[in-house]
Design a protein around this ligand. Structure first.
Ligand code: ARG
Length: 465
């Protein structure tokens, strides 16, 4: 390690062993925080100036140089060197190259890489959360639009993956939208907790330089400085919570992905994926594969791994900063990167898939899925539910052994099964009648689906559409 790029050479006589330098280095993954580090440093300059450690002219010169350095970072004119330990060292080197060691050397007063990195990861993730929100809103919007377009088309509803009761396709699609809405609520609530500034905490115990942490917090657009310097530098609950919310988004996507994979099979034939959102096989010319859905499902595994790894790193760490905490970044970067990779492809796939609603409708009544309707109809005739359940069970057994659908059982046979099964029962022996009757809260009847659509439209402002 060269003296010039290290932030801590003074106390050491020998140079760092190469293997140690390689282990210690984080520049290959924390360089993406460069602009955020510069933002933090510019805010810190204001606090140094207010406390009298910088003259006005020094502040102006340093600030201008940092703006220029930021441009050079963005354009690739300034790059990290292999000898730079981390983003903080690289940028201090860059600043000193521009303004000299005398002025550049003043900037580090009253802060540590510990409060610096704890701040950067927060403001970086706050931006990532915004990008994620936009993508998730787009998917919710696509689901809502699809539901509107297929408002009253039935499909089999399943429990235990067996035919259970008919539902509307629109209702099923929106069942995938609501968990995402809650994920966005989680992100919004996370934002409130994340928007606090560790700057001013120093290495762990705060600073004696009487720097006003509110100046930094305000300049970074955060709510307030953190109340405890040890907590500020060593807790990563905010990172873990972001990682969890990201993981939940991924898991929610993977559940829909799994259905899409099944729906696209020849046996189901519910959907056809657009060419642009499927892939072929190098050996089987006929193949059209749902790779977007499969990768969405597969990435959920690695993302769960990221979260688990991060939590394991945090477990049992004593106060306050420990170098273990450097391991917080790669997992959470991986989660955000992968979600931002998955979401546009997944949303595109959903928006462009062709829905074979005739096939779904054809299967909607299969598997005696109207049996519950018969039982509930009997209850409306004041038959106790226990008896209604038994009567309907007998009806299903009769139909099954005679290879009939429920509505194919004759009036005479119905009455033979139970005197309660008068011909009027036929009004619920249709898929449309069954769906129409489910008007209770959150039910699959059209008016309840319309309620959902209007609620979702309110949540997804038109500028996101
Ligand atoms: N690269 C470090 C991290 O990500 C920055 C803080 C380093 N602090 C230290 N005392 N070595 O956590």
């Amino acid at each position: 390690m060269t003296e010039s790029s290290s932030l801590w050479g003074g106390r050491f006589t020998g140079s760092t062993n190469d293997a140690v330098a390689a282990l210690s280095r984080s520049i290959h993954f924390d360089w993406r925080l460069a602009s955020y580090d510069i933002k933090g440093t510019r805010a810190h300059l204001l606090a140094l100036r207010a406390a009298g450690y910088l003259a006005e002219a020094e502040l102006v010169k340093l600030d201008k140089s940092l703006v220029e350095l930021d441009k050079r970072v963005t354009s690739g004119m300034f790059v990290a060197k292999a000898t730079d330990e981390d983003v903080h060292s690289a940028l201090e080197r860059g600043l000193i190259e521009m303004v000299g060691p005398e002025l550049g050397g003043k900037v580090r007063a009253g802060r540590s890489r510990n409060d610096q990195i704890a701040t950067l990861i927060r403001i970086y993730l706050l931006d990532q959360a915004q990008l994620l929100k936009t993508e998730v809103l787009q998917l919710i919007d696509v689901l809502t639009t699809l539901a509107q377009e297929h408002l009253s088309e039935p499909m089999p509803g399943r429990t235990h993956f067996q035919h259970a009761q008919p539902v509307l396709l629109s209702h099923h699609l929106l069942a995938h939208a609501w968990p995402l809405v809650r994920d966005l609520e989680r992100l919004a609530q996370w934002r409130e907790r994340a928007s606090f500034s560790p700057y001013g905490a120093g290495a762990l115990a705060g600073t004696s330089l009487e720097l006003d942490p509110n100046i930094v917090s305000d300049a970074l657009g955060l709510t307030a400085p953190m109340a405890n310097s040890m907590d500020a530098t060593s807790s990563r609950d905010v990172v873990a919570e972001f990682a969890f919310i990201g993981t939940l988004i991924s898991i929610n996507l993977s559940r829909f992905a799994e259905e899409i994979i099944i729906w696209a099979s020849a046996e189901f034939n519910y959907i056809k994926l657009a060419d642009a959102f499927s892939t072929g096989s190098s050996i089987m010319p006929q193949k059209k594969n749902p790779d977007v859905a499969e990768l969405t499902r597969g990435k959920a595994g690695r993302i769960i791994g990221d979260l688990t790894g991060l939590l394991s790193t945090l477990k049992a760490l004593p106060l306050s900063y420990n170098r273990d905490l450097q391991e917080d970044k790669e997992p959470v970067f991986d989660i955000a990167d992968n979600l931002l990779l998955i979401l546009p492809a997944f949303t595109g796939m959903v928006a462009t898939m062709q829905l074979n609603t005739a096939r779904m409708e054809e299967l909607a009544s299969a598997g005696y899925s109207l049996a519950t309707d018969v039982a509930e109809w009997l209850v409306k005739q004041r038959v106790p539910f226990k008896e209604a359940h038994e009567i309907t069970g007998k009806l299903v057994a009769f139909a099954e052994s005679n290879n009939l659908e429920l509505d194919e059982v004759t009036d005479t046979d119905l009455l033979a099964i139970s005197a309660h099964l008068i011909p009027e029962v036929r009004e619920v022996l249709s898929v449309s009648g069954s769906i129409r009757s489910r008007t209770g809260a959150g039910g699959t009847a059209v008016p309840r689906v319309l309620d959902q659509i209007s609620a979702l439209r309110k949540l997804v402002p038109s500028e996101n559409r």
